[in-house]
Each structure stands twice: as structure tokens, then as C-alpha cells.
Design a protein around this ligand. Structure first.
Ligand code: ADP
Ligand code: MG
Length: 710
């Protein structure tokens, strides 16, 4: 199976950094792993290569320090057996110990070559008037190295050689090894998303001038007609124009059951066509495809951090001066009670153990893992911010039409009044609704057509959002809509109230038709619930969250539908522009609110909510305003998204705990002069690794709300 667009034969390739199509002849080529990549310019090549190279450099540094540790170990053994004198025939040359000089020769390249990146990092940080982990490590290493060197060259000043050069090697070895392991784990979780992009097929079969031709997937254009045979990958996003098949969309949605596709269905690039032949028209290509958008969103989210991280950063900033104070105090104390050597030992240990580096990665690594895990299931967490809010969540508000219901109502009842017949009512209603795009309008037009009622031309048309429509037919005024609309027009509805109530109690939306200021009829329509709505609500209630429904429909209809779904709270009669206000009202009662909507007409409410959850259509991801986007149109993913956010937040908290506990427990031990600086460096590396692995474990987490799927 070929996985890269760039290894394919053909004249052009896509630059993986900027997305430009480049000529393979003139492009800058780079072989990374077993793949050749083509770049438009050196700068793109550098950007792409930098992380790879950096990891290689890290590996070399680790190898060099480990070699140093080995050499120091051998020297020690040699010295222990008194062999130095035997080999070199002298143990002391010109008053200097051979052993100390040999260790100096080993330590020097290690500190200055392997340790260079850290020393440079410390320099840059200090220049910005900041103190980070590099500064602490550099302070420890250089102090050990300098003192060791003085020790080796001027024993007259410091006395016999005391082993501080070994300490500086040991510290570097632990720190560099820790950094390297941390980086590889981190890279693994980030790479899984990038890999998605490489799953795009490389070629496509297109119909050009009536003939089937094979072209590179990079050359596809909008409106190209593409043929996909069974077993092939769909090369880009589009709409089926011929054929019938089932498509495996697991890659994008995590859903393992193939989805049926027929004329008019949307298909998504990189998903796999299973059973039949499909002919489809490309609607999106290149960077605009759903897959590219998803990867983009996920990467953006992974780069973001939660507000809790700012808190951690603040602590780090306050922490460092405290550490320096503790280090100085313990140095002074030990200097006067036990002498310089012990004091110096304690100083190094405090500096190293105190490094709050694990604190710095506690949040980002957890978010990286959580966002990546969500992407596997078609749940896109768009920023770390929402992860934090999910923990405090009290109430989940669902939009009714299009979210809990399919948004495709059909007419169930037609009632007539004041001498109008059923076909009169359908003629007036249908003719007016032809101009409206509301789902209810479509239902009425369909009913009129099914009843073979002839629809006529109308006068000026006006849609009255949240209330209905108005127009004129043969100079007669026509209003169609809810009670609110009739009230506004001063049209008497008392006589039909009993009929309306009856329909509404059945969960139907009753619309009143008034002609020339008098009620002519009532048309009732009913929407069907989405397949998994009932279970989705149950799952959320199991999480001890309040569930509410928000709708422009009337209270009685809304309550009837809420009853079927097991929803207790109903906020009805809300005009479209009042939905945002309704969310605000809940927030001002001190609640943390999640709003679930279809993301198009609910955008302001989604934005207002603490967590906006947008149900994506699978293809229009970028437009959505939600903080969380569900790629599948499955309401059960709401519970999954909340659970995932909570799990991620829990990871952040346990990470912060692990990061702190090492520092809290070990600093006093170090200040007491009981901790070897090498072990201090080791403990620090382990604390970072604990945090990184704890985050990585999120990949294997099990989800209660996921039971239905696996
Ligand atoms: P929702 O919040 O459920 O999406 P809307 O705000 O779009 O509902 O509409 C609220 C109510 O206004 C509907 O239940 C219906 O009674 C009335 N209405 C809106 N548009 C129309 C229309 N085109 N024809 C008839 N009634 C309409
Ligand atoms: Mg709606």
C-alpha cells in the first residue's frame, strides 16, 4: 500500500509544508525515512526536516554522554585497582593527579558538545530575563565542571580530587536521556494525526473528454467527475452522481460500520469504497477537503493550552527564585557547619531537583493526547480551554430542530375552518411556502404536491423568523405561522385553541393559516427523532448533568417531544435571536452550559455557551463555530466528548500532582545534603517521564459512552 503522495511516479508533487504543486525536476528533494519529499524552496524543506533532524541530534548527544559515562566508569575501575600508576608509570605528574586530568579530558567534550544545546538554551532564556529548566541544569553542570576542573588542576587550592567532574557528566546524561525519551513519546502522539494526511490516495480516475484517465490526486479540480471502483480509496470530497455502494468512513469518524452511498450522498476523501462502483463530482480539493481541515483543526488544538497551564507557568515563575534562595541558604549553612565540599554538594542537588520542568509539560502533553484520541472517534476538541470547562459542566442544552430531530418534518393533519376546503388550505399554504426555505415550509409544499393541489403565483413575500410567513394571493392577505404571528396581526384564534392544543400535545407543530384576517385552516407537521437521541440523553443524565431543550416551537409541542426523549427542562417559544440570551440567562444563574446545535443557525448560541458542541455534517467542518465539533451526526458522541474532556482534565490534574510531588518531597532532602546531585538529575528526568507517559496512557483509555460501538 502506497501512503505518500510524493513517492508516486509523475511529473509533479505537492509540497507537504506549503501545499504548492511543484515540478519534481526542479524541486528540492529530501529523503526522510524511506520516502522522498519534494519542496518548493529551501525554507519549506527546512521546516519539514527540522523536527527529524533535531531528534537525530538529540540521539547523538545522548550517545555521546553515555559514552562519557562509560569512559568515566572505566577510569574509575582502573583507578580503584591502582592501575593508573602502573600504566602511566606515574600517578602524579607535576603535582597533578593523572586520574583527575583523565576525567577532565572525558568531561570537557561532553559538557561543551553534548551539553551545548542546554547551555545555549540557558543563555537565550537569561537574555530574555527568564529562568527555565536549562538555566538550572546549566548552573548545576557548569558549577560541577568548573569546580572539578579547579580541583584537578589546582589541588593546592581545593585539596585532593573529589569527583565533581563525574557529577557534571552524570547530570547531563540523565537530563539528555530524559529529554530524548520525552520527545519521542510526544512525537508519537502528534504523528498519528499527520499520518491521516498521508492516507490520501495518490491517483484518481477522472473522466476527461469522455475518456477515463488516471491523474495525480494533486491535480484534481472542483467539478471533476471521478470514478471509484470497489476497494479503492475515494480521492477527494464530492457528491455521488451515479452508482450505489457502501463506504468505510472509519478513518474519519471512528465508526466501523460502512455507510450507504447513493446518488446525492456526500463522499469524503481518503475513505474506502467497499462494494459498488461510484461516480462522483468533486466539490472540494486540496487543502479544502474535510480531511485537511480536520488535520488542521487538530493540530491547532494540540498547539493550544488550557488556562490551567497559565497557572502552572505562573507557579514556575515564582518557584525559581524560591529555589535559588533555598539553594543559597543551604549552601551557607553547610559551608559554615561542614565545609565547602558538603555545601557545594547540597547546592547542586537543590538546583537540580528543584527544576519544575515536569510542571511545564503537564498540560500540553495531556491535551495533545486527548485531542488525538478524540480525533480517532470523530470528536474534535478545538482547544484546550473546553477540556477544562467540561469538568465544571452543569447543564447540556440541545437545540430541537435539526439536532434532536431530523429537521425533516412531514405534514400529519390539515384542519379547515370558516368554509375553506382542504385543497383551499393547501393551495394557500403551499403557494406561500414555496418561497420559504424553512423545513416546515418544505413539508407543506410536499403535502400540497402529493395532494395534487395546484400552487399559484403570489405577491410580495416576507419570512418572519420564529413566527411564520406572510404574502398575498389574488390581493387577499395570507399569514401562515404560530400564535405569536396571529397575535401580532390581531387575528382571533380562540375558536381553534382546542384543536391546536390537541395537536401540540401529540408533539406536532401546528401552523395557523389566516386569509384576509380570518382563520382558514391549521396545518400540523411532525418531525422524527434522530435514531440515537433517546440513548444519548440517557447517557448524559447518567453523568449527573441536567439536560434541556431549546426551541422556537411552542411549549406544548416541545414538552411532548421532550417527554419522548426523557428531557425534563424545556425552553420554548424562543425567537432565533433570543437563543443566545437564553444561554446567557442560564449562565447568570451560575451554571456552566454546553449547547449542542447543528452549527449553522445556532452559531451565536453555540458561541455564547461555555462549551459549544456543533454537529458536523462530516464535510463542512471549518464553518462550524463550536468549541467541540462532532464529525458524525450521532448524538451519542455528545456524551463521549464530555467524557473525553473530563478524562483529559483528570490527566492534567494527575500530571500536575506528579510534577509537584517530586519537587515538594525532594527539595528538603537535597537541602539537607542527603541527595547526590546525579540522583537529583535522575529524579527530575523521571518526573518528566512520569508525566509524559501518564498522558500517553490516554490513548488506551476506555469510554463508558463508547460501549455501543466496540
Ligand atoms: P426552531 O427553533 O424549532 O428551529 P424556528 O425558530 O425556525 O424553530 O420557528 C419557530 C416557529 O415559528 C415554528 O415552530 C413555526 O410555528 C413558526 N414558523 C417559522 N417559520 C415558519 C414557516 N416558514 N412557515 C410556518 N411556520 C413557521
Ligand atoms: Mg433550528
Amino acid at each position: 500500500m502506497k501512503e505518500s503522495t510524493t513517492n508516486e511516479p509523475g511529473k509533479t508533487a505537492r509540497d507537504p509544508v506549503c501545499g504548492m504543486t511543484v515540478d519534481k525536476e526542479t524541486a528540492i528533494k529530501r529523503k526522510i525515512g524511506d520516502r522522498t519529499y519534494y519542496f518548493c524552496a529551501q525554507s519549506c524543506a527546512d521546516v519539514y526536516e527540522e523536527p527529524e533532524r533535531e531528534l537525530k541530534r538529540m540521539k547523538r548527544r545522548v550517545a555521546l554522554t553515555l559514552l562519557g559515562v562509560l569512559a568515566a566508569g572505566v577510569l574509575k575501575i582502573v583507578a580503584l585497582f591502582g592501575l593508573v600508576g602502573a600504566i602511566m608509570s606515574l600517578e602524579v605528574i607535576g603535582g597533578l593527579e593523572v586520574y583527575g586530568l583523565a576525567i577532565f579530558l572525558v568531561a570537557t567534550p561532553i559538557v561543551w558538545i553534548a551539553g551545548f544545546s542546554i547551555i545555549k538554551g540557558a543563555y537565550l532564556s537569561l537574555r530574555n530575563r527568564k529562568i527555565n529548566m536549562d538555566v538550572l541544569v546549566t548552573a548545576g553542570v557548569l558549577a560541577g565542571y568548573m569546580y572539578g576542573a579547579i580541583n584537578a588542576f589546582f589541588p593546592a587550592i581545593t585539596g585532593q580530587y573529589q569527583g565533581y567532574l563525574e557529577i557534571s557528566i552524570g547530570i547531563l546524561a540523565f537530563v539528555l536521556l530524559g529529554k530524548y525519551i520525552e520527545e519521542t513519546i510526544r512525537r508519537k502522539s502528534a504523528a498519528s494525526i499527520r499520518k491521516l494526511l498521508e492516507l490520501r490516495p495518490t491517483t484518481a480516475t477522472v473522466i476527461r473528454d469522455g475518456k477515463e484517465v488516471e491523474v495525480s490526486a494533486d491535480e484534481l479540480q472542483i467539478d471533476d467527475v471521478i470514478i471509484v471502483k470497489p476497494g479503492e480509496k475515494i480521492p477527494t470530497d464530492g457528491v455521488v452522481i451515479e452508482g450505489y455502494s457502501s463506504v468505510d468512513e472509519k478513518l474519519l469518524t471512528g465508526e466501523s460500520i460502512p455507510v450507504e452511498k447513493t446518488v446525492g450522498s456526500n463522499v469524503i476523501g481518503a475513505t474506502v469504497n467497499k462494494t459498488g462502483m461510484l461516480k462522483f463530482k468533486a466539490t472540494k480539493v486540496g487543502e479544502d477537503t474535510a480531511l485537511s481541515q480536520i488535520v488542521h483543526l487538530v493540530e491547532e488544538a494540540q498547539a493550544s493550552s488550557a488556562p490551567v497551564q497559565k497557572f502552572a507557568d505562573r507557579i514556575v515563575g515564582k518557584f525559581v527564585p524560591v529555589v535559588f534562595t533555598v539553594a543559597a541558604v543551604s549552601f551557607i549553612f553547610w559551608y559554615f557547619t561542614a565545609g565547602f565540599s558538603t555545601a557545594f554538594f547540597a547546592l547542586l542537588a537543590v538546583l537540580l531537583i528543584a527544576c519544575p520542568c515536569a510542571l511545564g509539560i503537564a498540560t500540553p502533553t495531556a491535551i495533545l493526547a486527548g485531542v488525538g484520541k478524540g480525533a480517532e472517534y470523530g470528536v474534535l476538541l478545538r482547544s484546550g480551554e473546553y477540556v477544562e470547562k467540561a469538568r465544571k459542566l452543569n447543564i447540556v442544552v440541545f437545540d430541537k430542530t435539526g439536532t434532536l430531530t431530523k429537521g425533516e418534518p412531514s405534514v400529519t393533519d390539515v384542519k379547515t375552518f370558516n368554509g375553506f376546503t382542504e385543497s383551499d388550505v393547501l393551495m394557500f399554504a403551499g403557494s406561500v411556502e414555496k418561497s420559504s426555505e424553512h423545513p416546515l415550509a418544505e413539508a407543506i409544499v410536499k403535502k400540497a404536491k402529493d395532494a395534487t393541489v395546484k400552487l399559484v403565483d403570489i405577491g410580495a413575500f416576507e419570512a418572519l423568523p420564529g413566527r411564520g410567513v406572510k404574502s398575498t394571493i389574488n390581493n387577499r392577505s395570507v399569514f401562515l405561522g404560530n400564535r405569536k404571528l396571529m397575535q401580532e396581526q390581531g387575528i382571533e384564534t380562540l375558536g381553534i385553541e382546542a384543536d391546536l392544543v390537541k395537536l401540540e400535545n401529540e408533539g406536532k407543530t401546528a401552523m395557523i393559516l389566516a386569509v384576509d384576517g380570518k382563520v382558514a385552516g391549521v396545518v400540523a407537521a411532525m418531525d422524527t427523532l434522530k435514531e440515537n437521541a433517546v440513548e444519548a440523553i440517557r447517557q448524559i443524565k447518567e453523568m449527573h448533568l441536567q439536560v434541556a431543550m431549546l426551541t422556537g416551537d411552542n411549549e406544548r409541542t416541545a414538552k411532548a417531544i421532550a417527554g419522548q426523549l426523557g428531557i425534563d427542562d424545556v425552553i420554548a417559544n424562543v425567537l432565533p435571536w433570543e437563543k443566545e440570551q437564553a444561554i446567557y440567562k442560564l449562565q447568570s444563574e451560575g451554571k456552566v452550559v454546553a449547547m449542542v446545535g447543528d452549527g449553522i443557525n445556532d452559531a451565536p448560541a453555540l458561541a455564547k455557551a461555555d462549551i459549544g458542541i456543533a454537529l458536523g455534517s462530516g464535510t463542512d467542518i471549518a464553518k462550524e463555530t463550536g468549541g467541540i465539533v462532532l464529525i458524525r451526526d450521532d448524538l451519542r458522541d455528545v456524551a463521549l466528548a464530555i467524557e473525553l474532556s473530563k478524562k483529559t482534565m483528570r490527566k492534567i490534574n494527575t500530571n500536575l500532582f506528579w510534577a509537584f510531588i517530586y519537587n515538594a518531597v525532594m527539595i528538603p532532602v537535597a537541602a539537607a545534603g542527603l541527595l547526590n546531585p546525579i540522583f537529583a538529575a535522575g529524579a527530575m528526568a523521571i518526573s518528566s517521564l512520569t508525566v509524559v507517559s501518564n498522558s500517553a496512557l490516554l490513548k488506551t483509555a476506555k469510554f463508558k459512552s463508547k460501549k455501543y460501538n466496540d
